[in-house]
Design a protein around this ligand. Structure first.
Ligand SMILES: Nc1nc2c(ncn2[C@@H]2O[C@H](COP(=O)(O)OP(=O)(O)OP(=O)(O)O)[C@@H](O)[C@H]2O)c(=O)[nH]1
Ligand SMILES: [Mg+2]
Length: 428
């Protein structure tokens, strides 16, 4: 089965905790601070492996967690950073944050990589908090939590050539006779439910990847039929091979078919007008095909090359494939559509928008509730069991303007303040 869309949960490693420790030396009863920093947690990296062509591996493993950093150690030794967790994906993979819809990466070339979730920074050990006034502080940070998110991983086929046409015109049959692919073939509509890929080799040893796409019908661009979700694959093919049932075996007019399919393509994406097209006039082994082809040629306005073929009797294929390979030789490897996308490099990785540092709400019992990414992170990195750490945390809250904001909201001495699972009293 061809897999092209998977949702996975990823969690980068948390940073290791910083340590509170002191030097112990002969004749020095209480030495200076010696607690090292925690190591950084592992990132989660998506990396292109051009040997892959499906997202099958991700389907079987929906959870990815990178290791946390090592805790800081005594004698001011840093904990080890954790290695990133590398997830291999095929070229043509895009990664989107499920919650925000933001595109995190668009990976197209071999070995290209992008950090999809950032590991947490290691917490600082007490060495780093020493000052002239406080030479032996009892403060260490806990590790920063690693980023976690759910992402949509989507594979757009990077096929050089896409076979496009009405159902049952012989797209799968054609792919099956020009490549080693074994798509299902039958005389009912929508036999092909997912794209099939095949590597085609021409008689003069050129090769390209051909995709057999599900049949399109009128209204496909608005979601009618099955073709719609695969129209986007057409977007990334460099050449369109438009397959037409020239025998009109189902009673439709071949030229009419041609016009309707192109209309669907251009409604979906107008720039497809500029995509090179080669017409494969199929089923030429049938009685009326010759006459229909003459009529078709006289109506055709565009100067796309036409190749009369029969997929079933395997005639005319050599010239068709030569023409496709010749056309491919004239266009760069990655599609035009890709080139005029926003970036020169194909990786997009934006850091999240800065959210508000904190928010104050009220619980039904009257307590003030603090929330927000920054304040919660600060909280998680604070070891509240240590008096000095707790005092530092209180100073940080003040520095962020939280005390003032609480006062403005009406908080009085002794009121309850809640932050995640923690409660404390407001002291004015
Ligand atoms: N006579 C004749 N029949 C053909 C030819 N090519 C395909 N067919 C027949 O047409 C029918 C449909 O072929 P498929 O290859 O499954 O068509 P498709 O375009 O992939 O159809 P969907 O996957 O449903 O969109 C089958 O019964 C084929 O045997 C041909 O060149 N000549
Ligand atoms: Mg098919």
């Amino acid at each position: 089965m061809f897999v092209d869309q998977v949702k996975v949960y990823i969690k980068a490693g948390d940073g290791g905790d910083g340590l509170v420790a002191y030097r112990r030396e002969k004749y020095v009863p209480m030495g200076g601070p010696a607690g090292g920093d925690g190591g950084n947690g592992g990132d989660i990296i998506f990396k292109v492996d051009e040997g892959l062509n499906t997202l099958m591996d991700l389907r079987y493993n929906r959870h990815y967690k990178a290791k946390r950093g090592e805790n800081g150690m005594s004698k001011n030794q840093h904990g080890k950073n954790s290695a990133p967790l590398v997830v291999s994906v095929p070229p043509g993979t895009t990664v989107t944050d499920s919650a925000s819809g933001e595109v995190l990466a668009d990976l197209t070339q071999h070995d290209q990589e992008a950090v999809i979730a950032q590991g947490g920074r290691g917490g600082r050990g007490n060495v780093r908090f020493a000052t002239a006034r406080n030479p032996a502080p009892e403060i260490a940070e806990k590790g920063e939590p690693g980023q976690e998110r759910e992402v949509n991983v989507e594979l757009k086929l990077i096929a050089d050539v896409g076979l496009v046409g009405f159902p049952s015109v012989g797209k799968s049959t054609l792919l099956s006779v020009v490549s080693a692919a074994k798509p299902k073939i039958a005389d009912y509509h929508f036999t092909t439910l997912a794209p099939n890929l095949g590597v085609v080799q021409t008689k003069d040893q050129r090769s390209f990847v051909m995709a057999d796409l599900p049949g399109l019908i009128e209204g496909a661009h608005e979601g009618v039929g099955l073709g719609h979700q695969f129209l986007r694959h057409v977007d990334r093919t460099r050449v369109i091979v438009h397959v037409i049932d020239m025998a009109g075996t189902e009673g439709r007019d071949p030229y009419d078919d041609y016009v309707k399919i192109n209309h669907e393509l251009y409604q979906y994406d107008d720039s497809l007008r500029n995509r090179p097209q080669v017409i494969a006039a199929n089923k030429m082994d049938m009685p009326d095909a010759e006459a229909n082809l003459d009529a078709f040629k006289s109506q055709l306005e565009e100067d796309y090359p036409i190749f009369p073929i029969s997929a079933v009797t395997q005639t005319g294929l050599r010239d068709l494939l030569f023409a496709v390979a010749d056309t491919l030789d004239t266009i760069p490897k990655y599609t035009l559509e890709l080139e005029d996308e926003k970036t020169e490099e194909k990786v997009v990785y934006k850091h999240e928008k800065k959210s508000d540092a904190f928010k104050i709400t009220r619980d039904p019992d009257g307590a003030y509730v603090l929330s927000g990414e920054k304040i919660e992170k600060l909280f998680k990195m604070t070891d509240l069991t240590r008096e000095e750490s707790a005092q530092r945390f209180a100073r940080q809250l003040r520095g962020m303007g939280i005390d003032d904001a609480l006062r403005k909201r009406g908080a009085k001495d002794g009121d309850t303040i809640r932050l995640l699972e923690f409660e404390f009293e407001f002291i004015d």
